[in-house]
Design a binder for this molecule. Structure first.
Ligand code: AMP
Length: 214
């Protein structure tokens, strides 16, 4: 099964991805996580991505498509994938569609997490992330047990550069201008289920899992 978890930054895609992967039994492919891993490893790709990410802009399609193509050729992706943060442009969506169809696959469902901009802004500016494993926390709603220390791996928990106030608004603008049109494309070519993601994480999870089985 190939699933796209769609929605603005801060909609909770990373959080819900765990439930989706457990339900469907497919690997989680997050382009943002791939870029952050490259950045931690100090690769050329990581530095290139950072120059766009820190401004709240999209990494160019040719770079994104190359890293996704590489990831999809790995054996664990042969039976389907959960895409998180990809596709983010109509061009990426069309290329993904062609890539899947050439292998007898298709996007089975797009789960669209719906959250108002103001809620996204409040979530992201309070978000803190683990530098090492990427686990996500929130200053008010989900702090780590020990301040500044990841519950999962013990590394430092900090604010991502791109979660700063100005950059969050820029990311939202980028979402509305370049990524939201992917939804129009999806509505005309695959099954899209809208999920209200402005509710408790456990309630969103129930709605997401229901969307997968309906
Ligand atoms: P995310 O963690 O998914 O919010 O991604 C963080 C940042 O990585 C985004 O704001 C973009 O700069 C970049 N990025 C992630 N995925 C993509 C993509 N599919 N296309 C272009 N840029 C991306």
């Amino acid at each position: 099964m190939d699933v796209i978890l769609f929605g603005p930054p801060g909609a909770g895609k990373g959080t819900q991805a765990v439930a989706v992967c457990n339900t469907v039994g497919v690997p989680h492919v997050s382009t943002g996580d791939i870029f952050r891993r490259h950045l931690r490893e100090g690769t050329e790709l990581g530095l290139l991505a950072k120059s766009f990410m820190s401004k709240g802009e999209l990494v160019p399609d040719e770079t994104v498509v190359e890293i996704v193509g590489t990831r999809l050729s790995e054996p664990d992706a042969a039976g389907g994938v959960l895409f998180d943060g990809f596709p983010r442009t109509v061009n990426q969506a069309v290329l993904l569609d062609g890539w899947l169809r050439a292998r007898g696959r298709k996007v089975d469902v797009v789960v669209n997490l719906v959250v108002p901009d103001e809620v996204v802004h409040a979530r992201l500016s309070g978000r803190r992330s683990c530098l090492s494993c990427g686990a996500s926390y929130h200053l008010l709603h989900l702090p780590p047990a020990v301040d500044g220390v990841c519950d999962r791996c013990g590394a430092a928990v900090v604010q991502r550069d791109d979660d700063s106030d100005d950059t969050v608004w820029r990311r939202l603008e980028t979402y509305h201008s370049q990524t939201a049109p992917v939804l129009e494309w999806a509505r005309s070519s695959c099954r899209v289920v809208d999920v209200d993601a402005n509710q408790a994480i456990s309630d969103v999870r129930l709605a997401v899992v229901a969307a997968l089985s309906s």
